[in-house]
Design a protein around this ligand. Structure first.
Ligand code: TTP
Ligand code: MG
Length: 359
């Protein structure tokens, strides 16, 4: 099934925060950057300052030339980090699939929230509203069916934008696009493209996959697909990758099953507690053994369902332990891990709970 991905990106992130926290800066050209010679570049410029041609990574001295009456502010990273944590929490309240890209930017897979009466664009509106309420800051959102199009969309109507790229408009958006705006086309590739006569999405679209492979190697097929609006749609959150595990190193090597199993039971309980604390359940259980001579052996099992309970974890771990433990080799370490986690609080949520929660 086709996915629904939202890319959210805060507008002029650092500068907007400075304007929020110092009303004197509202509506003014604000330039955030380091003042020392080592960090003497612009981090970001408010939209008012961008009108003067000031932009990120520009030397501060150049910014002063372009915008002598600008308001120059040194960064407050603690505040930026706090705001970042707040917006990421908002994103996670919608979906477990949140992939942060930087402090002010993340991909969200909201496929499961979309219904006839809840289009992805509406979810994006709710998210923008929540971000504004919680932080008094605007962001721009892009909605599409893969990551690169969502990201492109979020940049199209900044600030405070909401842009949807769908099958009906994707061609019209990609064809006139300057080649340098395609993902994976940096300065060097851009130059090479231009020498090949490829200046726009349309030019890229006109190439055969074979030619693109000849010119750009492994990246050829990807470029071929980008020109057709085809891209990666996996949003891999830390959470989906994460596992929770506990291990114990014995003071003296152990070979007594009963003793070791008692420790496994304890580890299973600790893992279970941590899982419930974070509302997680996992469906891969792994047992790790380090033998007396530091040989490490692991065995894992993928379960038909996600589990959290200590007893369930112990039963699987017991089974894995008996398979992997060699009777004549004492061990120095035993570990139990539950992986492939998902967040349980979304499990039984219907779209009606969702609407109620958001209204
Ligand atoms: P961006 O999202 O790239 O830029 P932005 O949020 O300032 O503006 P836009 O509305 O175009 O999204 O980067 C987010 C923050 O990261 C930015 O506010 C400051 C920091 N940053 C730097 O410190 N140096 C840089 O070169 C860039 C690009 C960003
Ligand atoms: Mg931004």
């Amino acid at each position: 099934m086709e996915k629904r991905i939202i890319h959210v990106d805060m507008d002029a992130f650092y500068a907007q925060i400075e304007q929020r926290d110092n009303p004197k800066l509202k509506g003014k050209p604000v330039i955030v950057g380091g003042k020392s010679s080592s960090r003497g570049v612009v981090s970001t410029a408010s939209y008012e300052a961008r009108k003067f041609g000031v932009h990120s990574a520009m030397p501060m001295s150049r910014a002063h030339q372009l915008c002598p009456d600008g308001y120059y502010v040194t960064p407050h990273f603690n505040v930026y980090r706090e705001v970042s944590a707040t917006i990421m929490e908002i994103f996670k309240s919608y979906t477990e699939f949140v992939q942060p890209v930087s402090l002010d930017e993340a991909y969200l897979d909201i496929t499961h929230l979309v219904r006839r009466d809840m289009p992805a664009s509406q979810v994006a509106r709710y998210i923008k509203r929540d971000v504004l309420e919680a932080t008094q800051l605007t962001c721009s959102a892009g909605v599409s069916y893969n990551r690169f199009l969502a990201k492109m969309a979020s940049g199209m109507n900044k600030p405070d934008g909401l842009t949807i790229i769908h099958h009906g408009n994707v061609h019209d958006i990609l064809m006139p696009l300057p080649i340098g705006d395609f993902p994976g086309v940096g300065k060097v590739t851009e130059e090479k493209m231009k020498t090949l006569g490829i200046e726009t999405g349309q030019d890229l679209f006109n190439q055969t996959e074979r030619d693109l492979i000849n010119w750009f190697g492994k990246r050829g097929p990807k470029l071929y697909r980008y020109a057709r609006g085809i891209g990666d749609d996996t949003v891999s959150s830390e959470r989906t990758r994460k596992s929770i595990g506990k291990e114990t190193t014995f003071e003296v090597d152990k070979n007594d099953d009963e003793e070791i199993l008692a420790v496994i039971r304890k580890l299973a309980k600790q893992v279970s507690d941590k899982l419930s604390q974070h509302h997680f359940a996992g469906d891969i259980v792994t047992v790790k053994i380090k033998e007396f001579d530091f040989t490490t052996v692991t065995k894992q099992l993928k379960l038909p369902e996600h589990i959290t309970e200590a007893d369930a974890i112990y039963n699987i771990a017991y089974h894995l332990y008996t398979e992997v433990k060699s009777t004549e080799r004492p061990i120095r370490l035993i570990g139990v891990t539950v992986g492939n986690l998902k967040e349980k609080r979304f499990e039984n949520m219907t779209i009606y709970d969702f609407i109620q929660r958001k209204e």
